[in-house]
Design a protein around this ligand. Structure first.
Ligand SMILES: Nc1ccn([C@@H]2O[C@H](COP(=O)(O)OP(=O)(O)OP(=O)(O)O)[C@@H](O)[C@H]2O)c(=O)n1
Ligand SMILES: C[C@](O)(CO)[C@H](O)COP(=O)(O)O
Length: 228
């Protein structure tokens, strides 16, 4: 079951406070983006990676692809101001594939096994996301006071990859673009068209490197894997 994947890597990493795009932070002697790309390099179902980058960083990405022998990148496109714009630019480059995955460059710990489960779910349902049950109690708050406590048993923390039939997610992005709607993930654009999105239960270790603390978790995850 083949797919192409769009990997947005054109952010600035402001919350990471590293003074550079967090894709270039090294973990165990490899930039974060290389850890992410290598999962898809390994996956025989992946027939092409569309990498979304900042134009000013193109040379640096090219050097990295060469140095780490990444072969499956079929297109490198410029990102936009928001993650959603970057993904949309990438989606427009998908060709000859029914299924597309969207996966954050800054989420290096997804596994090939989970990707396969997700692709199968997307093939069957049209849209699918990897997600984990929320462990904390979630409250809505305004002006420093609790307004409401959410019913936790129905809450999921949604990750990437998210997988879709190409025509469905392209239509969802086109609509969102025309209506000036910005969502925090791609599945939400499909949801607002009234379509169902299947949940595939994932792994708490599939973290997104967002703030400096996440680098500590990342090192612990990598060290536990290397000792296996
Ligand atoms: N305009 C943007 C914003 C984000 N991304 C990418 O989307 C993924 C998830 O975004 P996030 O974690 O928010 O990354 P940044 O935007 O880099 O972080 P911050 O919001 O802290 O600046 C990252 O791989 C990031 O590079 C992107 O391609 N284009
Ligand atoms: C798409 C995402 O990774 C799903 O968890 C997340 O919503 C991205 O959000 P961010 O605002 O870019 O951190």
């Amino acid at each position: 079951m083949f797919y192409q994947v769009v990997i947005p890597a054109a952010g600035q990493g402001k919350r990471m406070k590293a003074g550079k795009n967090k894709q270039f932070i090294e973990l165990y002697d490899q930039p974060v983006i290389v850890h992410t790309l290598k999962v898809f390099e390994r996956d025989e179902w992946c027939e092409g990676i569309i990498l979304v980058i900042n134009e000013a960083e193109r040379e640096r990405f090219n050097e990295i692809l060469k140095r780490f022998s990444i072969k499956k990148v079929i297109s490198m496109v410029s990102g936009g101001a928001e993650r959603q714009h970057s993904v949309y630019n990438g989606l427009k480059k998908v060709k000859n594939s029914d299924i597309v995955l969207i996966h954050d460059g800054a989420r290096p710990f997804i596994t090939v096994e989970k990707i396969h489960e997700l692709v199968q779910a997307a093939k069957e349902h049209g849209a699918a996301v990897v997600a984990v049950p929320v462990k904390d109690t979630i409250k809505r708050g305004f002006d420093g006071y609790v307004h409401e406590t959410m019913e936790r048993s129905s809450l999921w923390a949604v990750q990437t990859p998210q997988a879709f039939h190409v025509s469905l997610v392209l239509e969802a992005h086109e609509r969102a673009f025309l209506e000036g709607y910005i969502g925090t993930d791609d599945a939400s654009l499909v949801e607002r068209m009234g379509k169902q999105v299947k949940i595939v239960e994932g792994d708490y270790r599939n973290i997104k490197l967002t703030t400096p603390d996440d680098l500590l978790f990342a090192q612990a995850i990598l060290s536990s894997w290397s000792s296996c």
